[in-house]
Design a protein around this ligand. Structure first.
Ligand SMILES: [Zn+2]
Length: 106
């Protein structure tokens, strides 16, 4: 018998990964990066939970550097590395219980 070890098609998800892009993330405690726009430290603040924008900057086809912005600074700068991907990395799992139509009509 022949073991057809067909490798699964390699997902080359590189269609857009060779240009600069920006994502929005929470600022982590202990962050020591500085906003490249205003030069101030991007500080974690538990009370207001500010956001930062992290940009992977490419020069041509090669990754060059990471730049950090305060979220407001990034939009003020005119989104130099494109629109911000605000898709959260955490899974949201507490929306379903609320507004559940099955709970109505007793
Ligand atoms: Zn800033």
């Amino acid at each position: 018998m022949s073991m057809t070890t067909e490798a699964p098609p390699t997902v080359t998800d590189q269609k857009c990964s060779t240009h600069s892009r920006a994502v929005q993330r929470d600022i982590e405690p202990g962050s020591i990066v500085e906003c490249i726009s205003c030069g101030e430290r991007i500080k974690f603040q538990a009370k207001i939970r500010p956001k930062q924008v992290i940009c992977n900057v490419y020069k041509g086809k090669n990754w060059d550097r990471v730049e950090h912005f305060h979220a407001p600074c990034y939009s003020e700068a005119g989104e130099p590395h494109g629109p911000v991907d605000t898709t959260p990395v955490v899974k949201v799992r507490r929306v379903a219980a609320k507004n559940n139509p099955a709970m109505q009509g007793s």
